[in-house]
Design a protein around this ligand. Structure first.
Ligand code: SAM
Length: 242
């Protein structure tokens, strides 16, 4: 059992994580993208909208999902290695993300973004952030946090804290989407072990009912993948911050 601070996040092997998870589009990510895309498309955002993705790691698809709606997107991560990877990718993201973008373009608003690489470069910044640290005033209008709260610790209190502090970053009423590994026992990246708290739908419901309104929960089955092996599915929740 260990908390978030016991792990060397700066030595997270970004390329290895990318290779195992996002080099090719997997069926569960396609399903997640479909749900998040359609959820976001159900809102009208003003021209000043600011989006945030917490614990971005090497996953660009939450930012791509928010891209047409945001004037600014902040990608927040505690890991120096992941921030370097992100800063490089923002210059000209790699071809593997094209298949994710293609799923998004099934909705018209994404097709209206002619040059997604350029838009992401111009509108997105990367910042060092500790989601378990102090919270500034609620400043973002829409947010995502994928595979973070349950995958940065084995402590229940830190899982709870990450969810509360994520919601506190968003303005009241802001739409959000989060994903979680179900029943994960931890994961290996580049030969190093990283923690997870084995949670299920009930745990996410218990934590979220007092943080969000209009909550919808989804369960997505996971096909075999090396890094997601041993995890029985993905839980997705979306709603609006109270
Ligand atoms: C399992 S990865 C998820 C990455 C990505 N969001 C995804 O969907 O695959 C967990 C991420 O949380 C980041 N992280 C770990 N501790 C954190 C903290 N205290 N605050 C913010 N991010 C943290 C890690 O660097 C890593 O990028």
């Amino acid at each position: 059992m260990a908390g978030n601070a016991a792990y060397d996040w700066d030595s997270f092997d970004s390329e290895d994580y990318l290779e195992h998870n996002y080099a090719a589009l997997h069926d569960e990510d396609r399903k997640i993208l479909n749900i998040v895309r359609d959820f976001l498309c159900g809102h009208s955002f003003d021209t000043d909208t600011r989006g945030v993705d917490v614990g971005t790691g090497t996953n660009l698809y939450p930012a791509l999902a928010m891209l047409p709606f945001c004037r600014e997107i902040s990608l927040l991560d505690f890991s120096g290695a992941n921030r370097i990877w992100l800063t490089r990718q923002l210059r000209e993201y790699s071809a593997n993300w094209d298949s994710y973008w293609k799923v998004l373009t099934e909705q018209e608003v994404y097709r209206s973004v002619e040059r997604p690489r350029e838009r992401l470069r111009r509108h997105t910044t990367v910042q060092k952030w500790d989601i378990l640290g102090s919270v500034p005033e609620a400043r973002w209008d829409v947010g995502t946090m994928f595979f973070v709260a349950e995958s940065i610790t084995t402590f229940r209190e830190e899982f709870t804290m990450a969810l509360g502090k994520f919601c506190a970053l968003l303005k009241p009423g802001a739409p959000f989407a989060m994903t979680f590994m179900e029943n994960s026992k931890g994961y290996e990246v580049g030969g190093k072990s990283f923690p997870a708290l084995g949670i299920g739908l009930v745990d996410v419901r218990d934590e979220m009912w007092e943080l969000g309104n209009g909550l919808e929960f989804h369960h997505v089955n996971v096909d075999f993948q090396p890094l997601r092996d041993g995890c029985s599915g993905v839980i997705l929740v979306h709603g609006h911050v109270k």
